[in-house]
Structures are given as structure tokens and as C-alpha cells.
Design a protein around this ligand. Structure first.
Ligand code: 6PG
Ligand code: NI
Length: 186
């Protein structure tokens, strides 16, 4: 029998993925136009500021039915005005596709919004496990002072629908108020 190398190596303390099929996406402030409420604060910041990075093990081609993708997101600490750094957020393009998230490092919130615009949040911390059902938009928010690293596993054909979020946003925002994270709806 021929013993093969595994698909990749994961550093479970940091989330870092290492392997031939690992791709990396960097999202800077300049890629997040319209995401944060305070446009004045947004335009006064360096557009090259890295907000988050995503490593994905593309063992299967994205889009392939039946496969799974596996990734780690690294969301840096920071704020635009008083609003914490967050991901763009999305529904899956194939709406019924679910996903698991788990906290690795740092602390934050996972915002979950249904198609009627009802948003809930779950606390993210090392060891937290989150099930994101289909038809639910998801966005990570870093409310801490260190990097928030979160693992994820989702179907290869899920895709991303960023458009609906760009049009309507999430119905809740997470801002610092009196030194603490507070959610604001509406
Ligand atoms: C996915 C996952 C996850 C997500 C990143 C970045 O479906 O691919 O939810 O890998 O893409 O955390 O978030 P955005 O895709 O919203 O920028
Ligand atoms: Ni997703």
C-alpha cells in the first residue's frame, strides 16, 4: 500500500494552514467600501490597512458539487470610528448550503441574519463551535484586542452572495460603547 501525505497541515493553536492547495485572500479597507457606518472615519484611514485574511484549502475546485472547502479567517483588531473590524459577510449563493465555524484565537461575535433581516449573534472564543444553517447570512466581528482566528468548513458549491449584503447590510452593527462591545439594531 502506498502511504500518501495528508491534504494539508493545520496549526491548531493559530489556525495556519500549510499545503499545496492552500490559497490566500487579503481584504483591505479599500475592498470594504460601504461596509462601515462611519464614512468619514473610513475615508480618513489608510485604504491599504489589512482588515482580514482568509486561507482556504481548495482540495476540491470551488463550485464542485459534493466537495468540502476548509479555511481559516484572520480578522485583525481595529475599528472604523467606533465600529469594530468585520468581514463583508454573505449569504451562500446556493442558499441552502450550511457551514461550521469554530473559534481558534481571540474573541468576537458571529452575526447571523435570516432572509427576513432578523439578526442574532453568537460569542466567538477559542473552542466555540458554530453551526450556520442554510439561508443565513454570516459575518465575523473582532471585538477584542488581538487577531480573531476562526476555522470554517463548508460545501465547495456554496459560493458567496455579497450583493444582498451590499444592498441591505446586516440589521445589526457592533460598536464600542463605554469601552465595551454593544450591538445596535436598525
Ligand atoms: C465561506 C466562509 C468563510 C468566509 C470568510 C470571509 O463561505 O467562504 O464563510 O471562509 O468567506 O470568513 O468572509 P467574507 O466572505 O464575508 O468576506
Ligand atoms: Ni460562508
Amino acid at each position: 500500500m502506498n502511504i500518501q501525505q495528508p491534504a494539508a497541515k493545520v496549526n491548531w493553536a493559530t489556525g495556519n494552514l500549510e499545503g499545496k492547495k492552500v490559497s490566500k485572500t487579503v481584504r483591505k479597507l479599500k475592498h470594504l467600501e460601504g461596509v462601515f457606518a462611519d464614512e468619514e472615519a473610513y475615508s480618513s484611514m489608510d485604504p491599504e490597512t489589512v482588515v482580514y485574511e482568509v486561507e482556504v484549502l481548495e482540495q476540491e475546485q470551488p463550485g464542485k458539487e459534493g466537495g468540502l472547502l476548509f479555511g481559516t479567517s484572520y480578522l485583525y483588531p481595529g475599528k472604523v470610528g467606533d465600529e469594530y473590524f468585520m468581514t463583508k459577510g454573505h449569504f451562500h449563493e446556493k442558499r441552502d448550503r450550511a457551514e461550521y465555524y469554530w473559534g481558534i484565537r481571540g474573541s468576537g461575535l458571529l452575526l447571523l441574519m435570516d432572509e427576513q433581516g432578523v439578526t442574532t449573534a453568537e460569542q466567538v472564543f477559542p473552542g466555540s463551535l458554530h453551526y450556520v444553517p442554510g439561508h443565513i447570512a454570516h459575518r465575523l466581528v473582532n471585538t477584542g484586542s488581538e487577531v480573531l482566528a476562526v476555522g470554517a468548513c463548508w460545501p465547495s458549491d456554496a459560493g458567496h452572495d455579497y450583493g444582498s449584503i451590499a444592498d441591505r447590510g446586516f440589521t445589526a452593527r457592533v460598536k464600542e460603547s463605554g469601552g465595551k462591545a454593544a450591538t445596535e439594531t436598525g
